[in-house]
Design a protein around this ligand. Sequence first.
Ligand SMILES: Nc1ncnc2c1ncn2[C@@H]1O[C@H](COP(=O)(O)OP(=O)(O)OP(=O)(O)O)[C@@H](O)[C@H]1O
Ligand SMILES: [Mg+2]
Length: 288
Amino acid sequence: MSSDLKLDDVEVILETNLPLPLFKRGKVRDLYDLGDKLLVVSTDRISAFDSVLPNGIPYKGEALNRLSVYWFNETRDVVPNHIVSVIDPRTVLVRKAKPIKIEFIVRGYLYGSAWGKYKDGKDICGIRLPPGLRKADKLPEPIFTPTTKAEVGHDVELTRRDVAEMIGRDMAEEVEEICIKIYETASRKAERNGIIIADTKFEFGIVDGELILIDELLTPDSSRFWPIDRYEPGRDQVSFDKQYVRDYLISTGWNREPPAPRLPKYVVIETSKKYIEAYERLTGRKFR
Ligand SMILES: Nc1ncnc2c1ncn2[C@@H]1O[C@H](COP(=O)(O)OP(=O)(O)OP(=O)(O)O)[C@@H](O)[C@H]1O
Ligand SMILES: [Mg+2]
């Protein structure tokens, strides 16, 4: 961890207001419309339980953007992506795509909503897993568990057949193959750096009929990252993702309706450290 990095009283960027037409303000990113391209600024906003929290997390936007850029580079031989150029540490110029309204999730471990379903004896996206698995166990092989990308309300699980009906069978097969391949390649790389990628989410879009990866890639916001040396199946896992923030929010008794409570300083700083550490461990590079 970069001991030279000051996390106290760092200016955070919660919202940008560039003199450009706004394309969309997501929960984390501000996107500006440049015709066939978009300027994507990753802010320091953090969301949990579908609400954007009042606090910013120092360096979060940078960590997310730099990690995404790293992985987009690592995976460009598997699938083309939206990156055109890196403008600054939190900003990229990308190809504007028509987003496919599906969250393409790959899981290598049994956790989160998938564990919840399994525990209740249910299939996950039409997949039946073998009996006797514990929470956080490694799966016999990675599984593809797409969901809808709901504008409002909760995401709904999709089976292979659902995806094929939405985007056609050929593209559905292609996307699944790409997702599994990237998950496997990235997982091997991450494991060498002491990190388990328990699961991760991909977004795809179409540009001129071509399928490309968009949004973010293999970041703590889109993935569950676990330090290998703390991995212990059968219980909740220590992680580099937002679980720390979620746990704090749960401890406050917040009813999960906006507005979300303000995070105390120690939670903000711990969270910032987690994002920076995820970047450093996965890339093997110093953050600064
Ligand atoms: N190359 C691209 N072309 C078009 N849209 C993109 C591209 N890359 C990302 N997006 C979209 O921009 C948004 C990114 O912003 P952010 O991640 O903050 O939003 P979000 O709150 O996670 O997303 P959403 O509002 O869709 O749930 C997402 O809606 C994503 O689908
Ligand atoms: Mg997003």
